[in-house]
Design a protein around this ligand. Structure first.
Ligand code: URP
Ligand code: ZN
Ligand code: ZN
Length: 461
């Protein structure tokens, strides 16, 4: 059978190398990688001279159409995945929030019924655990069999779990091929600081940060790692934003313990100073942006290999919803948009020399696929994997502005950020879904990607 598509004359980027090669696609999969591929009659040729040929990014952390903070996050599966495609992300892991009393397979079905007709690129799920009472705990294995082996527990919010439940879930995960992720912040301290500031009539966005400062997150990271160690289970820390937590992750990994940390572009670019701005409420997310020392520690963690993934925590809200908290930080829905900005920002940082392109591929694609059990299909330019490919032009200049984004949100915290280089095309399973600033994909064309059971016994993937 003839190749349907060949990416010619580009430089292919993997997590360990960059080399000149042509990439051939057949049946939506990468079929050939060679120094020179001769296109046959009818083969579409994409000239990639001067461009990089990258695997599509995998966003390990999104909240699409999620009921949260008294509303629903602005992007649904259509607008969120459309926006993803336009930023070079070809797979998203979205968070399902379990309902109280709901089995995990029912949670998956409830959300997949919404996602399947809407998604423009491929997607998979994690499940946010609320209730493992009675027999519900044992429905985790049914979720694993249904292709969703990753769960997240929250140590905060009104649906957060106790340390006892957290331990129980960790302990159970070991025998069923599941991985537990954690949102680590100390809930009691958040409540203590929040009440204190409210009593002192301190209501600005800056007090969102001061009610969740470095120690609030750091203490919970250390506790989460200790609980995982006690249970003998691997652990994935989502949206890590502070130095103490980073140091604890590094120490655990140095001991050989399988702890994996994710951070987000917003923690790498902004500091807590944003909460002093008049529009500080638009930056409110949890954990909040931290100080310079934490930001430095996160960048060092990426370069050292102790941050395994970079993901967005995409959870946008409209300006008018953020405005609910103009006079009271407690009323600001927590979360920001970023699904279209992650890969362009990280690649731009590589283009500016801060890290290598291969490192970006590793943390934004290859490691995500390996950790979450979809490496048989996603995360690398490799024969047999899905043809999820980004053609990146290192010479383009792009200034982020909400007008040029493709989601449903009416503002972006990234407004005005200047990028060196930008994706020119995004391909999802051999279909062109983005080119030269325009979305070309189709609602409903994205597929659910069933993940394999996860067994991580060492920090090395
Ligand atoms: O502020 C955030 N991060 N909102 C989304 C929910 C979460 O905690 O990940
Ligand atoms: Zn979280
Ligand atoms: Zn999140």
């Amino acid at each position: 059978m003839a190749l349907e598509l060949v990416f010619k004359n580009g430089r292919v980027v993997t997590d360990s190398a960059i080399f000149k090669a042509d990439v051939g696609v057949r049946g939506g999969k990468i079929a050939e990688i060679a120094a020179r591929i001769r296109p046959e009659a009818g083969t579409r040729v994409v000239d990639c001279a001067g461009k990089l040929v990258l695997p599509g990014a995998i966003d390990a952390h999104t909240h699409l159409a999620m009921p949260f903070g008294g509303t629903i996050s602005t992007d649904d599966y259509e607008t969120g995945t459309r926006s993803a495609a336009c930023g070079g992300t070809t797979t998203v892991f979205d968070f399902i929030l379990q309902d109280f009393g709901e089995t995990f397979p029912d949670s998956i079905k409830r959300r997949n019924d919404i996602a399947a007709p809407q998604a423009c690129v491929d997607y998979s799920f994690h499940i946010g655990v609320k209730d493992v009472s009675g027999k519900l705990l044992y429905t985790m294995e049914d979720a694993v069999k249904a292709g969703v082996p990753s769960f997240k527990v929250f140590m905060v919010y009104d649906f957060g779990v106790t340390d006892g439940v957290f331990y129980e879930v960790l302990d159970h995960s070991k025998s069923i091929g599941a991985l537990i992720g954690v949102h680590a912040e100390n809930n009691d301290l958040v409540n203590y600081f929040t009440n204190k500031f409210v009593a002192e009539k301190k209501f600005g966005a800056w007090y969102h940060y001061l009610s969740r400062p470095e120690a609030v997150e750091g203490e919970a990271d250390v506790r989460a790692i200790n609980l995982a160690k006690a249970a003998g289970a691997p652990l994935y820390i989502v949206h890590l934003a502070n130095k103490q937590g980073m140091d604890a992750v590094t120490a655990a990994r140095d001991e050989g313990f399988p702890v994996f940390a994710e951070t987000c572009p917003q923690y790498l670019y902004f500091t807590s100073d944003v909460y002093k701005r008049p529009d500080g409420r638009n930056f409110v997310c949890s954990p909040p942006m931290k100080g310079r020392a934490s930001q430095k520690a996160l960048w060092e963690g990426i370069l050292r290999g102790d941050i395994s993934t970079v993901a967005t925590d995409h959870c946008p809200f409209l300006k008018k919803e953020k405005d609910w908290g103009k006079a009271d930080f407690r009323k600001i829905p927590n979360g920001c948009a970023g699904i279209e900005n992650m890969y362009p920002y990280m690649l731009s940082e590589a283009n500016k020399g801060r890290l290598s392109y291969s490192k970006v591929v590793e943390v934004c694609a290859t490691n995500v696929a390996k950790i979450f059990g979809i490496a048989h299909r996603k995360g690398a330019i490799e024969v047999g994997r899905d043809a999820d490919i980004v053609v990146y032009d290192p010479k383009l200049r792009f200034t982020i502005t909400n007008k040029k984004m493709h989601g449903a949100t009416d503002h972006t915290i990234w407004e005005g950020a200047e990028l060196k280089g930008y994706p020119e095309q995004t391909w999802s399973r051999g279909r062109l879904v983005f080119q030269d600033g325009k979305f070309l994909g189709e609602k409903g064309a994205g597929e659910f990607v069933a993940a394999k059971p996860i067994k991580l016994t060492t920090p090395d993937l």
